[in-house]
Ligand binder design. Structure first.
Ligand code: DMJ
Length: 639
């Protein structure tokens, strides 16, 4: 039409012969294809690319938790629709699997409930449940109409807080538990008084610390404390924390955030708070925040970069990470939270992202079966051959076994990857010192560094919880290995003057579980050693673990408690301590929670129902058979 109106151009098509017209059209279509294809080679940040290619489309590999068809169906949808469930529009249901439903939660709770504290908590729980059901029908935030909180609660084997909020019958243990609760209240009250709304408390200078890990997000200590306050029955404090999240947790922040830290502390904390209380507020915030993390995955391999601006979605690698690489412990510690984001929002995108990471790691060649700490998000190749069960590697291994457990033991890939990795770790890293202590060395391109970080002490607990699902002939061996590692970590505490452990300890030049460098002597209220005591106590009921936990409580009280909170110390080998003026948020989230659980009965957050994320936020095992069981469904609907 347009051509006909042009002067000098005939109606027969600009006076061209048929073959010329054909050539012209061929040329034109080639040009269009070329231009479109070129979009794929533009950097991620170029606007044109963002307009023409949706985020999901530029991922090279995508594996969903549902069937292949479910995933393809999702990919066909326009970008907005694929991402909308966080805004309350229709989401996509994942396929169900069929397994046995557990015993009814409500029946168990009525039969077992007793004691005032439990009554109060049950009461507040039923209030929040009805609130939750109400909000469900008004449908805001996550796609709440596909997830029934009531049904989820029925699918638990035990009430989350146990028979009597986990109160132990033994008076001495109960006294110790009360002491830990007092420590939590003290830490919290001081945070509230001097640093309310900031990320952490500086207990010596009595002010707040913001730091640069959370990209403008505030209140890390609030979000990290929600579940600890709740399980301890500190309800006034919990309600203050909830109110702050409601009125002041602003997710529209700009600034450099660590994808890993925001995920484990904020997303993990909000998810746990939701699962424990049924408050829709927490679910909506978790999904809203989860959505803001997605742009970090827009790399050629889908391996996310470590740092993201939550406002603009721009992401980049840590300046210190070699050659723009991503870090194993960071991109490998998203799985649990992201699977739950999909569970709550019915948006498969979160599971797709982490399954894609899994797929790449599964496929890539591993030196001696080990996973190095640095990987290029561009090429998908390892950048250096440094392997560590401590910092930079640690929670990747933790999330493999926990993914398997959280999937109700259906995630066979995670299981296989975990036990294969553990074999490689045993063959290459596990060592015995001349004094008979078992430890995890670090590996640098085949050369062993005989050093173990405090962070690596989580591995006692990890190997312990995985022992039972290992090959039959290995189970006792794994439990023994877990006990030996935990023993070594305890030794790193007992061999110091303060009875607290250093950041890293060595097994060379005559050292046995002691720090040899000044720079390794500090203790920043870390949880890993106590975490392993807690798991080993639950697995063996050997009283020594409770005794070791109590030693840690006494040491914390003596050396880390100051007038206005708890502080890390600079040198564990001197009793005239120098404080670092920082009450880390993980002290409230992990250290005190694990201590409290250590002195509680096993039915408080039973390991049958819960796995803890790497920040100690409990996430429920996903029992699809029960959640999707029709009879449970009918019951829920008719109520
Ligand atoms: C916590 O934030 C988490 O446990 C993380 O996995 C490792 N470091 C700290 C505590 O030491």
């Amino acid at each position: 039409m347009v051509f006909r109106k042009l002067p000098g151009v005939s109606a027969s098509g600009m006076g061209l012969r048929l073959s010329q017209k054909f050539m012209f059209l061929l040329f034109l279509s080639g040009l269009v294809t070329l231009c479109f294809g070129a979009l794929f080679f533009l950097p991620d940040s170029v606007r044109l690319k963002r307009i023409f290619l949706s985020k999901t489309e530029i991922q090279p590999v995508t594996v969903g938790s549902g069937s292949e068809n479910d995933v393809r169906e999702h990919l066909k949808r326009p970008k907005d629709q694929g991402m909308t469930s966080a805004k309350g529009e229709a989401g996509i249901k994942l396929k169900s699997q069929s397994r046995k439903p557990p015993v009814s939660y409500e029946a168990t709770e009525v039969r077992l409930a007793g004691g005032k504290a439990q009554e109060d908590l049950n009461l507040s729980r039923s209030k929040t449940e009805s609130a939750s059901e109400k909000v469900t029908s008004s449908n805001h935030g996550a796609n709440s109409d596909t997830f029934s909180y009531k049904k989820f609660r029925r699918c638990l084997f035990k009430p989350p807080l146990g028979r009597d909020s986990g109160r132990p019958a033994d008076p001495q243990t109960n006294e110790r538990r009360e002491k830990v609760k007092e420590m939590m209240k003290f830490a919290w009250d001081n945070y509230k008084r001097y640093a309310w709304g900031k990320n952490e408390l500086r207990p010596l200078t009595r002010n707040g610390h913001i730091g640069n890990m959370f990209g403008g997000l505030r209140g890390a200590s609030v979000v990290d404390s929600l579940d600890t306050l709740y399980i301890m029955g500190l309800m006034d404090e919990y309600n203050d924390a909830k109110e702050w999240v409601k009125t002041s947790l602003d997710l529209n922040s700009n600034g450099e955030a660590s994808l890993f830290e925001v995920n484990i502390r904020y997303v993990g904390g909000l998810l746990s708070a939701y699962y424990l209380t049924g408050e829709e507020l927490f679910k909506n915030k978790a999904v809203e925040l989860g959505e803001k993390l997605l742009p970090a995955f827009n790399t050629p391999t889908g391996i996310p970069r470590g740092v993201i601006n939550l406002g603009s979605g721009t992401s980049w690698s840590w300046g210190w990470a070699s050659a723009g690489s991503s870090i194993l412990a960071e991109f490998g510690t998203l799985h649990l939270e992201f699977v739950h984001l999909t569970e709550l929002s019915s948006n498969p995108v979160y599971t797709e992202k982490v399954m894609n990471i899994r797929k790449l790691l599964n496929k890539i060649e591993k030196p001696h079966g080990l996973y190095p700490n640095f990987l290029s998000p561009v090429s998908g190749n390892w950048v250096q051959h440094h392997v560590s069960i401590g910092g930079l590697g640690d929670s990747f291994y933790e999330y493999l076994i926990k993914s398997y457990l959280m999937s109700d033991k259906t995630d066979d890939d995670a299981k296989k990857m975990y036990y294969t990795a553990l074999e490689a770790i045993e063959a290459n890293l596990v060592q015995k010192s001349p004094g008979g202590l078992t430890y995890m060395a670090e590996w640098r391109g085949g050369i062993l560094d005989h050093k173990m970080g405090h962070l690596a002490c989580f591995s006692g607990g990890m190997i312990g919880i995985g022992a039972d699902d290992g090959a039959a002939e290995k189970r006792q061996h794994y439990l023994d290995l877990a006990a030996e590692i935990t023993h070594t970590c305890h030794e790193s505490y007992t061999r110091s003057a303060t009875k607290l452990g250093p950041e890293a300890f060595r097994f060379d030049s005559g050292a046995e579980a002691t720090a040899t460098r000044l720079s390794d002597r500090y203790y920043i209220l870390r949880p890993e050693v106590i975490e392993s005591y807690m798991y080993m106590w639950r697995l063996t009921h050997d009283p020594k673990y409770r005794e070791w936990g109590w030693e840690a409580v006494e040491a914390l009280e003596q050396h880390c408690r100051v007038e206005s909170g708890f502080s890390g110390i600079r040198d564990v080998y001197t009793t005239s301590v120098s404080h670092d003026n920082m009450q880390q948020s993980f002290f409230l989230s992990e250290t005190l929670k694990y201590l409290y659980l250590l002195f509680s009965d096993d039915d408080l957050l039973s390991l049958e129902d819960w796995v803890f994320n790497t920040e100690a936020h409990p996430l429920p095992i996903i029992r699809n058979s029960c959640l999707q069981d029709d009879t449970t469904q009918e019951k829920t609907v008719s109520e």
